[in-house]
Ligand binder design. Structure first.
Ligand SMILES: [Zn+2]
Length: 77
C-alpha cells in the first residue's frame, strides 16, 4: 500500500466562497394620503374644547384629568 503525502494541505475550493447576501430591507408600509396629510400637519390634534359648568370654555389637551383653569373643577371626559 502506498501512502502519498501531499506537500500542502488540501486547499479549500477557492473562488467559490459563499457569498452572504443580506436580506433586502422590507419596503416601508404604503402610507395613505390622509395619514400623510395628518403627519405633515404635525399629527392628530389631541386637544379638545371643554365647557365648564361655570361657563368658562377653554381648549386643553385631551386627558382624563382636566381642570377648569377658571374655577378648578374637574371636567368630565
Ligand atoms: Zn370652571
Amino acid at each position: 500500500m502506498t501512502v502519498r503525502h501531499f506537500p500542502f494541505p488540501h486547499k479549500a475550493v477557492r473562488g467559490r466562497r459563499l457569498h452572504v447576501v443580506p436580506e433586502p430591507k422590507p419596503r416601508p408600509e404604503p402610507m395613505h394620503a390622509a395619514e400623510r396629510r395628518m403627519r405633515d400637519a404635525g399629527g392628530p390634534d389631541d386637544r379638545a374644547c371643554y365647557s365648564c359648568d361655570c361657563g368658562f370654555i377653554f381648549v386643553a389637551p385631551v386627558s382624563t384629568s382636566v381642570d377648569c383653569p377658571h374655577c378648578g373643577s374637574a371636567q368630565a371626559w
